[in-house]
Ligand binder design. Sequence first.
Ligand SMILES: Cc1cc2nc3c(=O)[nH]c(=O)nc-3n(C[C@H](O)[C@H](O)[C@H](O)COP(=O)(O)OP(=O)(O)OC[C@H]3O[C@@H](n4cnc5c(N)ncnc54)[C@H](O)[C@@H]3O)c2cc1C
Length: 402
Amino acid sequence: MDTPITIIGAGPSGMTAALFAAKSGHKVRLIDSNEQVGRKLLVTGSGRANLTNQRMEGSRYSCADITWMETLLKRFGHADLITFLREIGVLTFSTADGWCYPVSESAQTVVDAFANALRQANVELVLNTKVTAILTINEEFKLDLSTGATISTKQLIVAAGGKAYPTLGSRGELFPWLKNLGHSILPLVPALAPVTCEMSSWKALSGVRFDARASLYENSSLLAETTGNLILTEWGLNGPAVMDLSHHISTRSNVKLELRLNPLFNSEVELHDLITRKRSTDTPLRVLLASVLSPKLPPVLIARAGYPLDVPINELNDEQTEKVLKIATSMPFKVTGVRGFEYCQVSAGGVPVSEVDPLNMRSRLISGLTLVGETLDVVGPCGGYNLQYAFSSGAVAGMSIE
Ligand SMILES: Cc1cc2nc3c(=O)[nH]c(=O)nc-3n(C[C@H](O)[C@H](O)[C@H](O)COP(=O)(O)OP(=O)(O)OC[C@H]3O[C@@H](n4cnc5c(N)ncnc54)[C@H](O)[C@@H]3O)c2cc1C
């Protein structure tokens, strides 16, 4: 084909699509409003880039059709990504819990490797340039650019992200144009976002970090549950455990939501055993709790139960001890919302997956149009799932371009 395939967005999905399309012999043009490629990739994993996860499964994603996700991951999954990354010069390692990072532990080296691979593949980079309109004329796409120029293409890949972290380039400005072309657009809401809660009764724990099971309830019925690390702040909760639940909050309005934290989720049996053994001694309950909990938690939990800080275990009967343990296994937080797009890692919403074929990422509605990455309504949990999805969708799109 003479006219280049045009890709809007040089994020993980767009760069991967460009490399796979170029590998199949296509001329490729990659446009981004930023002055460099992979701007958001640079800040992922707190600058370490959590690229993928060894425990990759379609069922881990919030996606309207799990079979869709599984089909995509079968086409290009975790092992394919590791091989591809190695080919472009990114070596990876995994932590004990399966989270994969570059050996360099630097997102900068990943972006550098992509930039080098794009250069070697002769991908034409059009940076510092925003696409301001997408129109179709005579079976071609016509793109208006912020430079005042207009370009035409027969094959367009939209890899422009969602609305998360707008300062890094993705502001959702192309969704109205995709709608004009005929796609549905589901409302964009923050996901993997910090959760705001009423914190007045937990003030003493501000800044404390621990692992917990986090359970989200709507009017007392369980909506979703995760396990992971979190931190309490003045305004609410942050960290993977609650971020993974945040899209359940941002997609609901006018409902009563409560988060309950259980920091004893994997140590309750041992703690019970220890309490039984020390039952007749004057060991302070605080000391027993501190054997399995972060040191700032026991005093707050004991105070909440209404007992003196140093109450010995032999001065509490079973019922009184149980009262403290009940608080410790179900710390309640009234949810008030989630923090906005500026603070979230991805957005939920966008083009529904039903409108895109996971075997090639082509639009089922508009010939010549391919959609990848966060532009679609897919949210993975923390742990490398969102980058894996961006890379997978980009790779499948690029290798399927005809
Ligand atoms: C702080 C932070 C940390 C994260 N950490 C992780 C992590 O460790 N692991 C993980 O799996 N995920 C992580 N994520 C999520 C991950 O970064 C995204 O899932 C991923 O970047 C999505 O890739 P994408 O290619 O779809 O979109 P993006 O990376 O958003 O790329 C879209 C690109 O399109 C460009 N663009 C948009 N509109 C236009 C336009 N009109 N004209 C021209 N260019 C345009 C943008 O400038 C941008 O460069 C993190 C996100 C954030 C914000």
